[in-house]
Design a protein around this ligand. Structure first.
Ligand code: ADP
Ligand code: MG
Length: 407
């Protein structure tokens, strides 16, 4: 099967083409959870904003009033001034070359008044929906307050379709709902991998914490030939193997889970490949001094911040030999120059691989950009991280379920 020319069967979703948007207030959920510089808090990669433009342009061209909903970061239900959507709205304004209004809230009478005064072709950005704990709780009253702002709902936030939140799945209970162009595009590009991907099939996973990824890893146990593990995630696996990981990020309560998964993987004949050498430091900063050492030598106040050189070379070799590679999550704290090597090696190995390559996740996309990996050297760059993996797992995702056509 030729991946590039693969045409999936007719989409069972309600899409923009099924919607009449002219003169309507369109509540548009996008994924503007963009990576920031930890020091200046400036947006470091606006790929997710760019990815939303086709849908926004379509809506504006068709005379809609566009009301943008998004989250940013993990404010945990509280107002965090550094997670306001001001910079995001400014960036959107720059890309669209048209005024974009930004409100300080996402619900309430003030917001309703502003929305009421919108004209066709106007666009405004509401405040971070996750400032309300009711967003992640999918609280019915909050859902209703959001739904009141629109006539129809368009979901274009592929990165959050695996979440059953108010703004990702809840609103569809009250408003006619449609998939946006990005959501459609992502599903078309990823669907061919749901069948039998060409082997060897590798899943390369990094990132900060194991708890957000272990469920997904488990569900790939019988699908992949090997897992290449890096990032903070690797630390918990290494600890489960009995290594001293010093002062590295580790989720101690997940060590047993990691051990169980390794046993299961062994039985399934799949390999969980872990770093054999690591980059360590005692302070995390842009001018940190680092050492590359075998994992056996880590101790005390040392923190593992990247995979080591030998591991990176081994990962490159395995990636280049495979026919299908899916990558999510950086191999180290790639935001800091001294800890970038592992992520850079993986990114360039994926660029150089002839097989099918899929990369996704906010930070993963940011890393691809930093290391100047051309977009056309990767089969599909997905705006979703967790969502991409859950989609590839074949799971039903709440944000997609609500868009299905009633047959
Ligand atoms: P994505 O956004 O691509 O899905 P994640 O959000 O899962 O990726 O992970 C990215 C984060 O993981 C980055 O902020 C990076 O600094 C962090 N990270 C990677 N390796 C480590 C490590 N060894 N220790 C702590 N954090 C790490
Ligand atoms: Mg991330």
């Amino acid at each position: 099967m030729n991946f590039i020319n693969f045409q999936p069967p007719h989409s069972p979703l309600q899409t923009l083409k099924d919607a009449s948007v002219s003169g309507k207030r369109v509540l548009l959920r996008v994924d503007y959870n963009v990576p920031h510089c930890p020091e200046t808090r400036n947006i470091t990669d606006s790929a997710r904003i760019h990815a939303s433009i086709p849908t926004i342009a379509y809506l504006l061209d068709h005379g809609a009033k566009v009301i943008v909903l998004s989250h940013l970061g993990r404010p945990k239900g509280k107002i965090k001034s550094h997670l306001r959507l001001e910079k995001v709205a400014k960036e959107l304004e720059k890309i669209l070359k048209k005024p974009v209004k930004k409100l300080d809230d996402c619900i309430g009478p003030e917001v309703e008044k502003k929305v009421k005064s919108m004209k066709r072709g106007d666009i405004l950005v509401l405040e971070n929906v996750r400032f309300y704990p009711e967003e992640e709780a999918n609280h019915p009253e909050f859902v209703k307050k959001l739904a009141r702002l629109g006539d129809i709902f368009v979901s274009d936030s592929f990165g959050t379709v695996h979440r059953e939140h108010a703004s990702t799945a809840g609103i569809s209970k009250y408003l006619p709902s449609y998939a946006g162009l990005l959501l459609e595009k992502e599903m078309k590009a990823l669907s061919p991998l749901l069948g039998n991907p060409e082997r060897p099939f590798l899943l390369v996973v990094g990132g900060a914490k194991i708890d957000t990824k272990i469920g997904i890893l488990k569900s790939f146990l019988h699908k992949v030939d090997a897992f290449l593990i890096g990032g903070g995630l690797a630390n918990t696996f290494l600890a489960a193997q009995g290594f001293n990981i010093g002062a590295s990020l580790c989720q101690k309560d997940k060590i047993d889970m990691a051990r169980e998964m390794m046993l299961e993987a062994n039985k399934a004949g799949e390999k969980i490949i872990l770093p054999t050498d690591v980059v360590v430091t005692d302070v995390i900063a842009s001018n940190s001094k680092t050492l590359d050492m075998p994992i056996e030598d880590v101790e005390g106040a040392l923190k593992i911040v990247d995979i080591g050189k030998i591991t990176a070379r081994r990962y490159r070799h395995l990636i280049e030999k495979s026919k299908t590679v899916v990558w999510n999550g950086p191999m180290g704290l790639y935001e800091y120059a001294p800890f970038q090597n592992g992520t850079r090696e993986v990114a360039s190995a994926i660029r150089d691989t002839k097989g099918i390559t899929i990369a996704g996740g906010g930070d993963t996309l940011d890393a691809l950009k930093r290391f100047n990996i051309p977009e056309n050297s990767i089969t599909h760059i997905s705006t979703g991280g967790g969502a991409m993996l859950e989609f590839l797992e074949g799971k039903t995702l709440p944000g997609i379920e609500v868009l299905k056509k009633i047959m």
